[in-house]
Design a protein around this ligand. Structure first.
Ligand code: ADP
Ligand code: MG
Length: 259
């Protein structure tokens, strides 16, 4: 099961991971007040308007828009809410946008890729980071695999601070940013373990112009068979994003895998 970016960021918040924060709307009537609230709360004129669909590549598909003024933010929200968003992950039919996330805009210095998942071949978890954030990681893996730094984590031992330091050094971070990144990576691992996620990905994790380390995006995958242990996560399911046959099968407690 997948969840939306804003839901993933709420989980990050619970684990103390700094996020690019904001509010979600489902109705365009809520947009003006929400834009104003985000501007006030985060003390910036500019905001981001972000389509909430489960597929990635929203930015390239036109579902993530920098909005320098409230007028522009409203216009972007009007265009994005209800649009059929096509990305490299939705397929040609696209996905209807039913929720829009209005967030603070950040001054970005660098974008990093970070993810934790299970490496079945090693029966260990693998924590991967790359300086090539923001772009499709599949492309980096194919063209410049040396730019992906990996550490393998034995689930019985867990993650130690030397693992996190190796990752942060790999991103060429120094000073306070290095220290913060180490903390963020440790928390990300805690989050992965405690939620029983099969994937936790932050792409991009950004370094801001004022040297803060912030999760700009959030992606989670959960193994359906572990969800009974996490009713609060199971409740985040969005039926609109799922294959109708899977939704039907679940009513009968079946786990339907489309081949
Ligand atoms: P997706 O992965 O679906 O494309 P993201 O949440 O990762 O969606 O956002 C896409 C991009 O939006 C980021 O890689 C980031 O570069 C971009 N972006 C551009 N300007 C800003 C800004 N000022 N504040 C926040 N994000 C920004
Ligand atoms: Mg992203």
């Amino acid at each position: 099961m997948k969840i939306h970016e804003y839901q993933g960021k709420n989980i990050f918040k619970d684990f103390g991971i700094p996020i690019q924060d904001g509010y979600v709307i489902e109705d365009i009537g809520e947009a003006p007040a929400t834009i104003e609230k985000v501007q006030k709360e985060f003390n910036s004129e500019a905001v981001m308007v972000k389509a909430q669909i489960h597929a990635g590549g929203r930015g390239k598909g036109g579902g993530v828009k920098y909005s320098p003024t409230p007028e522009k933010a409203l216009e972007n929200a009007q265009n994005i809410l209800g649009m059929n968003l096509v990305t490299h992950q939705t397929g040609a039919e696209g996905q209807k946008v039913r929720k829009v996330y209005i967030t603070e805009a950040l001054d970005i210095k660098k974008e990093f890729y970070c993810a934790i998942t299970l490496d079945r071949s090693q029966t260990k978890d693998v924590f991967m980071v790359s300086t090539e954030g923001g772009v499709e990681i599949e492309k980096v893996a194919e063209e410049t695999p040396e730019k992906i730094i990996k550490v393998w984590l034995d689930p019985l031992v867990g993650m130690k601070s030397f693992h996190a330091r190796k990752l942060a050094f790999g991103l060429e971070l120094t000073g306070d940013a290095l220290k913060t990144a180490v903390k963020v990576f440790m928390k990300m691992y805690q989050c992965y373990v405690r939620t029983d996620a099969s994937l936790v990905e932050i792409n991009p994790l950004v370094l801001t112009e004022d040297d803060r380390v912030v999760a700009l995006d959030a992606k989670f995958n959960f193994d359906g068979n572990a969800l009974y242990r996490h009713p609060e996560i199971a409740a985040l399911r969005d039926q609109h994003e799922e294959d109708p046959t899977e939704v039907e099968a679940r009513k009968f407690d079946l786990n339907y895998i489309k081949l």
